[in-house]
Design a protein around this ligand. Structure first.
Ligand code: SF4
Ligand code: FES
Length: 366
């Protein structure tokens, strides 16, 4: 049934232009079944998506993947966003960004770059990324970006295998000229859920890392923005995921699947629309997938009568689905959730730490 009221426009678009990637990070939030390159949207489709996004009210696009630099038409996609008056940020591993390519992207309208790095030094960064030489390529990319005068952000997913190096990671970001360092405690979707036991850092490591972050924030003051993405498994407080489902942003996947969140591929029964069949305006305003958990009226107890419901929107739908099989339940990360024991069991389990399972390029969906 069509929603009765028109939602406020989204301000951000996450354009996942490909799932292909030269790295194999075991915490990747891409779905376990990756979209094949042959099923990706064409240049014309992305041009239309950007035009429709601008008309809908989107002001910022994160061009992501996989590795977006693998798209030979990335310049065209960014130019289409620029024509639609949308600010673009490239979210990249940094592999494949020589100065000439960055020059072309900047000429097309690219405004900023977010670079991922897996650790503060090459041996472990390359090990986590599953690719030798990747740290050196990232370092080179950081130089290329700052030399071009573009704002550089560093994104580091934190987990058991790098969280003890957090001080060195922050120092690395400062040395590379990052204006913003995002320390993203791993969130358990996609490949990260597959590797959950191997990635959970433990309370002691987290507490030490939090102390380092507090100290370094005080020291660096306004020189560098340090973002600490809350480790909700340990805090008992759910995150306001995506700023609320279908509230602020939308994702368009490599094959045109449109989702309120990049991890929502996994939610069964959602019936996501596709930009090949529907306009972005229809998808945002009228699709059942975007309306499903928008606002607060869908909420069960204890969210329904909770004073926090307008702040955290009942937490994360993808996490509720991953842990309970029902995206409409209270996020089990919340200590008030009847399913919170599932999270408590995971963080207190005294299991042998298994080897990491790397994202496998061979596993793709059509
Ligand atoms: Fe948030 Fe629901 Fe938990 Fe209240 S009960 S804090 S609204 S997730
Ligand atoms: Fe999808 Fe939280 S990751 S709603």
């Amino acid at each position: 049934m069509a929603p009765l009221t028109t939602p406020s426009p989204p301000w951000a678009l996450l354009a996942e232009v490909t799932h292909a990637c030269p790295l194999q990070c075991p915490y990747c939030s891409n779905p376990l079944d990756l979209v094949r390159r042959s099923a990706e949207l064409g240049t014309g489709d992305w041009r239309r998506v950007m035009r429709e996004a601008g008309e809908l009210g989107v002001v910022q696009a994160h061009i992501s993947g996989g590795e977006p630099l693998l798209r030979g038409d990335l310049e065209d996609i960014i130019a289409a966003a620029e024509d639609a008056e949308i600010y673009t940020q490239l979210v990249t591993s940094g592999l494949g960004l020589p100065p000439a390519r960055l020059d072309r992207l900047v000429a097309a309208g690219l405004r900023s770059v977010q670079l991922s790095v897996q650790d503060a030094a090459a041996p472990n960064s390359d090990l986590i990324a599953g690719r030798g030489g990747s740290f050196a390529a990232k370092e080179e990319a950081a130089t290329v970006v700052t030399a071009a005068g573009l704002p550089l952000g560093l994104n580091v997913v934190l987990h058991r295998h790098n969280i003890d190096h957090i001080d060195e990671i922050i120092r690395l970001g400062v040395a590379w000229g990052a204006e913003r360092i995002e320390l993203a405690n791993v969130q358990f979707y996609g490949w990260a859920m597959r590797n959950r036991t191997a990635l959970l850092p433990g309370r002691d490591r987290l507490a030490r890392a939090q102390k380092v972050v507090d100290d370094r924030r005080a020291e660096l003051a306004d020189a560098v923005e340090i973002i600490w993405v809350v480790p909700d498994y340990y805090e008992g407080i759910p995150k306001p995921c995506m700023g609320g489902w279908g509230s602020r942003s939308l994702t368009v996947g490599p094959d045109g699947t449109a989702l309120p969140c990049p991890a929502a591929y996994a939610i069964e029964g959602l019936d996501p629309p596709n930009v090949k069949e529907r306009s972005l305006a229809w998808i945002w305003e009228r699709s059942s997938a975007f309306a499903a958990y928008r606002g607060t009226s869908w909420m069960p107890e204890p969210c329904r009568s909770c004073p926090e419901r307008e702040r955290d929107f009942g937490g994360c739908r993808c996490q509720a689905f991953a842990l309970t099989g029902d995206a409409g339940r209270t996020d089990p990360a919340c200590r008030l959730s009847p399913d919170h024991h599932l999270v408590e069991a995971a963080v207190s389990a005294d299991e042998e730490i298994p080897a990491l399972v790397y994202r496998r390029p061979g596993r793709r969906r059509s």
